[in-house]
Unconditional design. Structure first.
Length: 172
């Protein structure tokens, strides 16, 4: 039974669990949708490396470039040097094209802070940058709502709403 059904507000633990469920469900759903879309995956936010590890497990043939300002992941979840792009994403995403060579089939963005003001500020510079790097037919799964012209938002499940997760598609 969820918090709503029990007549109480969602606690931070409820929201965290919903977020992890939505994140995993989205990643797995999108993994099945990018079959016909060429290009690598961009993982924005290595963190502990959990979602990077899940992505490489479910999409073994797909190249994954990971962006973070530093490497603090579990030792078993660190990309090789060619695929770990270290620095402020505002800079590295803007200038990664010569290194990655093509646009991404999927950008997974896990940079949300949970603070609505900080996330709005981040979305303002992130949305135009992300938009620039998605291949036609590609997807963006993100923990921050992004306003991107030319993209359609895939309707969210209740779990995704509670978990603060959004999915966008760039039509071909
Ligand atoms: C929530 S964690 C990512 C968790 C990760 N997806 C996982 O499953 O373990 C967010 C990460 O994004 C990085 N990050 C946040 N804002 C950034 C920025 N502007 N530039 C570079 N890295 C950033 C942080 O250093 C942190 O490691």
């Amino acid at each position: 039974m969820n918090a709503n059904e029990m007549g109480r507000r969602a606690s931070r633990l409820d929201i965290f669990i919903a977020r992890m469920e939505a994140q995993k469900a989205f990643i797995e759903m999108v993994a099945g949708m990018i079959d016909g879309v060429e290009g690598p995956i961009f993982e924005l936010g290595l963190g502990n490396g959990r979602t990077f590890d899940h992505l490489r497990e479910i999409l073994p043939g797909r190249e994954i470039f990971v962006f973070d300002r530093s490497v603090t992941a579990h030792p078993a979840s660190i990309p090789d040097g060619d695929h770990m792009i270290i620095g402020e994403i505002r800079d590295t995403l803007a200038f990664c094209a010569p290194r990655v060579g093509c646009k991404a089939a999927l950008i997974h963005c896990d940079l949300g802070t949970g603070d609505p003001t900080a996330d709005l500020a981040k979305a303002a510079w992130l949305a135009p940058l992300i938009k620039e790097h998605v291949a036609p037919g590609g997807y963006v799964a993100t923990g921050i709502a992004l306003d991107m012209d030319g993209f359609e938002e895939i309707p969210r499940s209740e779990a995704a709403e509670l978990g603060r997760y959004w999915l966008y598609h760039k039509p071909k």
